[in-house]
Design a protein around this ligand. Sequence first.
Ligand SMILES: [Zn+2]
Length: 236
Amino acid sequence: MPVHHLFLALAAALPWFSPAAAEPRWGGARDALVVIDVQRCFLPGGSLAVTGGDQVVPVINRLAPRFENVVITQDWHPPGHVSFASSHPGRQVHQQVPMPYGPQTLWPDHCVQGTAEAELTPDLKLAHARLIVRKGLRRDTDSYSALLEADSRTPTGLHGWLANMGIRRLVLVGLATDYCVLATALDARCLGYAVAVVEEATRGINVNGSLARAWDQMQRACVERLSVEALDAPPR
Ligand SMILES: [Zn+2]
């Protein structure tokens, strides 16, 4: 067996011998914590409330200080947005309508630009965040992902900013696991980032089994499912 094959076989057998062992703990200059859509509209009492959504806030507040790069996203729709059931007479929330970019799930009116509901919850303690990215601004196109709009082509600008900053690893937290966190994770993997989602810092909407499907899709895309304890642990 050639020597380098032996090395690879050893590396596979011994996790602590693999190149991953050289990866630093999350939170350095090449990492960003991306805090997705922790807005009043998605919290209990909001127009598109995610069950237990408020429980992610203290976890995010505890994680954030260890990241020098923190990015916040906001769902930020104009009135009459294509994702609102009210924009499609005769249609109901959770139904789908065909759009040029694919099926669009319909939601209650939510996160309308400039409304109090669209604001980040004041309970977030993220004063050191570098960037706020707003998405879903075009009336005729939704954007679950913080990187690309629903047409899978139009950039939000976040990828350019991350590249400019030399950031290669993303830790995703926020709402909702099975929509905006999922879409951001998959786009980030396609764009070449290493991606982790912190399980305790996210909650799902879970329409027709969407939450289990989301974790399955992320696992297949090699998105790491992290616990808060794993983030606290020293590097392998
Ligand atoms: Zn939305």
